[in-house]
Ligand binder design. Structure first.
Ligand code: 3PG
Length: 305
């Protein structure tokens, strides 16, 4: 059967090699489409049985073009790029690869945060992370890695996650939080790890951002959709001590940069999971998942059950 690996943002070479090996060893055929557009994907998907993507958009138009697709694996965590209801209607199994790229994302949180608290290395005196408060919004795979690294820096870590019991957080040396207000008022640094869902979209508003203590920094390695960008601009205007760091360029990046020069930083392309290790882990896991699904319906990480 044919398995298409369609990645607008290509995996590291070693990862592609590993993916091809897994697919070849299973007796299936791997087809690689890198840096392609949506129309390239639509053309390539027609006779494909299994699909591996990253943040690539797999909407109804793409799914309608696929004539024999049985399984999609999102090599990564967030699957907001895939039209789950259409996939379900068509009987296509959609899976993600939880945890496989989370350390890479967590490390980038601190790469960007250190850069920002050292004033983007402009030679002026910055501050340190040790002894500072870090609040984590959502204690999933990435949030847990962020907490682990933060403890290494000597930070005081707290987390807000209604799906995780207080006892678990306490056992891991994390202070449990129970409201967004608490998260933003108690922490100089807040790191966002919530998915983009109808409930979380635009949930990070001016009202919550301006609750940050003096010299607060908001770090977003999750999704741009969770930020109310108008509210962010207003917050940066009202609170000239606040900074915003994001691994996802906002829609209104130019307006945000104009409002707060030197106080905001965006990676040019989403870089969180862009390491050889994360690509190998997520890519090869995805290859195994597709192959196993095509073989016997394996669906442990199905997200459209
Ligand atoms: C994820 O959801 O796994 C991360 O946001 C990484 O996405 P990417 O594979 O598009 O870099």
């Amino acid at each position: 059967m044919k398995i298409l690996i369609a990645t607008e943002k290509p995996f590291a070479t070693e990862a592609v090699k590993g993916i091809k090996e897994v697919i070849a060893n299973s007796g299936n055929e791997a087809i690689i489409l890198e840096k392609g557009t949506k129309s390239d994907l639509i053309k390539a998907i027609i006779d494909i049985d299994g699909l591996i993507v990253r943040s690539d958009i797999v909407d109804k138009e793409v799914l309608d073009a696929a004539k024999q697709l049985k399984v999609i694996v999102r090599a990564g965590a967030g699957y907001d790029n895939i039209d789950l209801s259409t996939a379900t209607e068509k009987g296509i199994c959609v899976m993600n690869t939880p945890g496989q790229n989370s350390n890479a994302v967590a490390e980038l949180v601190f790469g960007m945060l250190v850069m920002m608290i050292r004033n983007q290395f402009d030679g002026t005196s910055g501050i340190e992370l040790k002894g500072k408060n870090l609040g984590i919004h959502a204690y999933g795979q990435v949030g847990r890695n962020v907490a682990r690294i933060a403890k290494g820096f000597g930070m005081n870590v707290s987390a807000l996650d209604p799906f995780v019991k207080d006892e678990i957080l306490i056992a891991e040396g994390i202070t449990p939080l129970h409201s967004v207000e608490e998260l933003y008022t108690k922490n100089q640094f807040v790191s966002l790890h919530i998915p983009a869902t109808p409930a979380t979209k635009k949930s990070v508003t001016k009202e919550v951002i301006t609750l940050l203590p003096k010299k607060g920094i908001l770090i977003n390695t999750a999704r741009k959709e969770i930020i109310d960008e108008e509210g962010l601009i207003e917050a940066l205007k009202e609170r000239t001590d606040i900074k915003y760091i994001s691994d996802i360029k906002p829609e209104s990046a130019d307006a945000i940069l104009a409002e707060a020069p030197g106080r905001v930083f965006f990676t040019p392309k989403k870089m969180g999971a862009q390491t050889a290790e994360a690509n190998i882990n997520a890519g090869i896991a995805a290859a195994h998942q597709v192959v196993d699904n095509l073989k016997d319906g394996w669906n442990k990480f199905q997200v459209n059950k």
